[in-house]
Design a protein around this ligand. Structure first.
Ligand SMILES: NC(=O)c1ccc[n+]([C@@H]2O[C@H](COP(=O)([O-])OP(=O)(O)OC[C@H]3O[C@@H](n4cnc5c(N)ncnc54)[C@H](OP(=O)(O)O)[C@@H]3O)[C@@H](O)[C@H]2O)c1
Length: 367
């Protein structure tokens, strides 16, 4: 262990956060929260940018040399790891995403690290996308102490790299298992809020039905979601409160809902006339198929409304919304463990969506 001895940083101003994947849906919420709380914030991604109170660090997590060079003079006390890259198979996901955690922490062996927080997700319980919901499923609501699923999973590889580095480098760790994230990002891999907003825009502009794409189970059953803000709040809590050290936590908003209740409400927030709103009828109708013939209309819609992103592929992640809403199993998440440990963050899911749509509208990503 070659950690440099420094006094315990106890106030935000003494703490330096390195947010890894800082431009993503989770990372950007963390950057905002840490900056607003007075931390020194380093924001790492390939296309890094600096802003008031935030210093961008451009590095490629798949290039250990680039990481070593970029981080040689940095001395973060806390790391928030939120980066990932989607690969064609889970075998490749494991190699790439496990490797990124390993190489990032190795490049920080000189830093006075106190805590490293890693965000993963409910695929910890459900299995990877290519074997989603297959095999033995834990009973709902999902609890943190469930044994790992038998299917190989990149989250397990990331956890194992985290645990090994914590042992070697002498920091505490936390893992944050999120459900589908409601948050702000453009050009990222999985963004249900913006995907639904783009679907609604196409429906309004082209006079199409606004069709729920998912399964009967999701339409009728109880479920939950995770606002990026509450996820960031839990990660910062775990990174700074002894009760959060060396533990894995689920993180969802704290309310439950049924999509048959939520879908017409989201339509109303997005200005879709009620007569165009269509629920589950007989079978899932995935957005990838529903939207394929309408995507070409987006550049014209963007021009008509003065929108800033004419490339619909940077806004809508149809595949991911289809996968999450198409699940034929109940997905509900227990929040008791972190509540008992002292984390009390809470969001109302409908309000999280509504506020997100206002933000996307204000930034001219949707009309
Ligand atoms: N989004 C969801 O709904 C959701 C739900 C549950 C769990 N999760 C999990 O949460 C974790 C974080 O996902 P997310 O959705 O927040 O990610 P995201 O929005 O796709 O953001 C990924 C971030 O990682 C950076 N990045 C990717 N490859 C990189 C590389 N080679 N070098 C440096 N930076 C790189 C990206 O920036 P650049 O492209 O600029 O490098 C971006 O800042 C993942 O494990 C995911 O499975 C997500």
């Amino acid at each position: 262990m070659d950690t440099i001895e420094t006094p315990e940083p106890t106030t935000p101003a003494q703490r330096t956060a390195l947010v890894v994947g800082a431009s993503g849906i989770t990372g950007s919420a963390l950057v905002d929260r840490l900056r607003d709380a007075g931390w020194e914030v380093l924001a790492l991604s390939r296309r890094a940018s600096s802003s008031a109170g935030v210093r961008g660090i451009a590095a490629d997590l798949r290039d250990p040399e680039s990481l070593r060079t970029a981080l040689a003079d940095e001395r973060p006390t806390h790391v928030f790891f939120t980066a990932w890259q989607r690969m064609p198979t889970e075998v490749e996901n494991i190699a790439v995403n496990g490797g990124m955690v390993c190489d990032l922490l190795a490049a920080l062996s000189h830093a006075p690290l106190r805590h490293v927080a890693l965000v993963t997700g409910l695929k910890h319980y459900l299995g990877p996308f290519e074997a989603y919901g297959e095999g033995r499923m834990p009973d709902t609501p999902f609890h943190e102490e469930e044994p790992r699923h038998e299917t190989p999973n990149f989250y397990y590889a990331q956890e194992d790299e985290l645990f090994a580095a914590a042992e070697r480098q002498g920091f505490t760790w936390s893992v944050h298992r999120s459900h589908t994230v409601i948050g702000y990002a453009v050009g990222n891999a999985m963004n249900m809020g913006l995907t639904i907003a783009v679907q609604a825009t196409l429906a309004k502009e082209l006079g199409l039905p606004f069709v729920f794409p998912g399964s009967a189970t999701q339409w009728n059953g109880l479920t939950d979601m995770t606002d990026a803000g509450v996820l960031a709040e839990q990660m910062v809590w775990a990174a700074t409160d002894p009760a959060g050290a060396d533990e894995a936590f689920n993180i969802v908003n704290g309310d439950v809902f049924r999509w048959r209740w939520m879908w017409p409400r989201l339509a109303a927030h997005l200005g879709v006339p009620p007569e165009q709103v269509v629920g589950f009828e007989g079978a899932p109708r995935p957005l990838e198929q529903q939207m394929a013939e309408h995507e070409a209309a987006w550049p014209g819609i963007a021009q008509k409304h003065g929108l800033v992103e004419p490339d619909i592929s940077r806004l809508a992640s149809w595949w991911h919304t289809d996968a999450d809403l198409g699940r034929d199993i109940e997905v509900v998440t227990d929040m008791g463990k972190s509540r008992a440990a002292g984390f009390t963050g809470y969001r109302r899911t409908e309000q999280a969506f509504a506020e997100l749509f206002v933000r996307y509208r204000a930034d001219r990503l949707i009309p």
